[in-house]
Design a protein around this ligand. Sequence first.
Ligand code: MRU
Length: 358
Amino acid sequence: MEDLSQLQPAPDNAIVWRDGCLYLLDQRLLPRREEYLALRSAAEVGAAIHAMVVRGAPAIGITAAYGIVLAARQRFRASPADWRLPLQRDRDLLAQARPTAVNLAWAIERMGRRIAVIDASADPEPALLAEARAIHAEDVAANLRIGNLGAGLIEGATNVITHCNAGALATGGYGTALGVIRSAHVAGKVRRVFADETRPWLQGARLTAWELNWDRIPVTLLADGAAASRMRQGDIGWVVVGADRIAANGDVANKIGTYGLAVAARHHGVGFMVAAPTSTLDLSAASGDEIPIETRAADELLSCGGTRIAAPGTEAWNPVFDVTPAALVDAIVTERGVIASPNKEKIAKLMLKSPETR
Ligand code: MRU
């Protein structure tokens, strides 16, 4: 049994590499229990991503990168002369864990580029661990910059709505949408956050509320269906959300319910901001129509907290992401800069800019 007592459960400490092992703060249990799972193989990492132990687009990319380190160790020990081909199979397996968040494929591809330049007879673990650590650290740096840039768009002091969890738990740390909210709160620009509960996994009620309480940022929970009515009260300045994949034309895939929020925001004259690192942009998808949308088991919707709630005989449609058309997005905030009213040309121009994460 490994000693997990040294690990400090905190939003910014959800993905930990220590003594050659990957530890994940089990997000399925939060906020009731703060427990880490120890993972030692790519198969365990893939299963953990699929089972939502870790979730959120950048977080699953970082986790997969560490998963490749674990896989490389196993493959090199089993066959020092021939570890590359089996490692490719491990990468393929990890890539299948969840389909929508492009950060997963992005991180696996980046690790692949590193693998390609490692000497065939060398132990690949040190170089791959350095790459995974770099992916992790760069994500935190990107989020700090996104936080500052996004906060700069908020004028005066206002209330905001957020959906799902795009916080430290969903990233390497600090968060994207919650990064903007954190920076804006420090600057006195966010009075209160209205967090959608986010059925069926309740990322808003369980995770976003946990993170905001941790930082003493005032948070009020909304049933998902209450967001439009809250906007109608007239005291919401912005909706701030993260993204799982942004297409070349600026269409945004994010947690199911985001599209409806964007429609309601436009109707009520509320700003709609998407905060995401450039690792979430997928220029190979011309529009949101080309983004694969994950559908999860019907039972996740028919039940709540492990208890069946739907009447017997009920079927469920359970897509867990939707696509918000670019026309409904007021700003996409990345670590390379802000795109107001996004379109294909502006996104292409941004991606040509050199990375600036500090
Ligand atoms: O199903 P999840 O919990 O992985 O969905 C997460 C989201 O939709 C987040 O908003 C998105 O990944 C951005 S996280 C910075």
